[in-house]
Design a protein around this ligand. Structure first.
Ligand code: RIB
Ligand code: CA
Length: 312
């Protein structure tokens, strides 16, 4: 069983990632930490509580983390996820009164967990602010963390929030560089691979055929989430970014890439948040990250369906 901490900014694809992980007996979710990103922290925390309530997993502790990046002004993605960060056509999800955020701050939870347990895998699917703050607060956690499998960046593809940058890294490039320079083993699930995990009506209907309430929520979430992508890119499908992190945790053989140097632009406004990946090894910089750029998407979606069939 793999011990993970999910660090999220739900967000529709974060929500699917939470459901995917919670359905998997191979994964022990030690806790879910929330960060501002797709929406403000008040929304991302509420949305995490909603998703865990919906799948009857109020045993999972949820922690509030950073409400803004280390240095930059918060940029959200309400144009994709709606004002509350998780807009959808389904019924409002009720959070049981007893299910509250933990008192402990997310950063302290990450530090304490990583100091008390060796071999934790951190799974951030939002801006890396919480992770960076944990490393700054207690540098010794670096030696205990198994690896960080994160959704973010773009090695050889264009950005999705600026021409140069992917959203998670763009929101907090300074945090990203702290994480990328930490010596912790890194696995980057960037747009190069997440843009190959494309959910369309065929896939949505296949998941829906499971017939449980979680498959219906998946349909409702994707229906809203796909509005932006279909209009913006004139496509019939949408990239399922964050669940790629969980797919990798469950079966990394579905994915491929190469180790390369990864560093982030944190000064130029033109290329702010650009993940500069030395894929062609033209520098002598340390290969600090496994940069994933390919996936067996058919078997990814089979795995996703298998796990969703285990949910309520
Ligand atoms: O660029 C896509 C990423 O930004 C995803 O994690 C999405 O949820 C948003 O956080
Ligand atoms: Ca996210």
């Amino acid at each position: 069983m793999k011990k993970i901490i999910l660090d999220v900014d739900p967000g529709h694809d974060d929500a699917v990632a939470i459901m995917f992980a919670a359905a998997s007996n191979e994964i022990d979710i030690l806790g879910i930490t929330c960060v501002a990103g797709n929406s403000i922290l008040e929304n991302t925390t509420q949305n995490a509580l909603k998703i865990c309530s919906f799948i009857d997993r109020t045993d999972i502790n949820i922690y509030a983390g950073s409400n803004k990046p280390l240095k930059r002004k918060l940029v959200t993605a309400s144009h994709v996820h709606g004002e509350n960060g998780l807009e959808h056509s389904g019924d409002e999800i009720i959070i049981p009164n007893k299910y509250k955020l933990q008192e402990k701050d997310a950063v302290d939870f990450i530090v304490d967990s990583c100091m008390q347990n060796k071999g934790i895998t951190l799974c951030p699917t939002g801006p890396l602010t919480n992770i960076a703050k944990a490393i700054l607060k207690e540098p010794h956690i670096v030696n205990n963390i198994n690896e960080i499998v994160f959704m973010g960046g773009a090695a050889m593809t264009l950005g999705n929030i600026t021409p140069a940058a992917e959203f998670n890294i763009y929101v907090d490039p300074h945090a990203a560089n702290i994480v990328f320079n930490s010596q912790i083993p890194l696995v980057m699930m960037g747009l190069d691979v997440t843009h190959k995990v494309l959910v369309d009506d065929t896939i949505t209907n296949d998941i829906l055929s499971i017939g449980n309430k979680s498959s219906k929520l998946f349909r409702d979430l994707i229906n809203f989430y796909s509005i932006f992508h279909k209009e913006k890119y004139n496509t019939t499908s949408s990239p399922l970014h964050d669940p790629c992190v969980i797919g990798y945790i469950l079966n990394n053989k579905l994915f491929s890439g190469k180790k390369a140097n990864l560093i982030v632009e944190e000064n130029s406004e033109l290329t702010m948040g650009k993940t500069v990946v030395d894929w062609l090894e033209v520098s002598t910089r340390t290969k600090n990250c496994l940069v994933v750029n390919d996936v067996d998407s058919d078997n990814f979606f089979k795995l996703l369906k298998d796990k969703f069939s285990l949910l309520p």
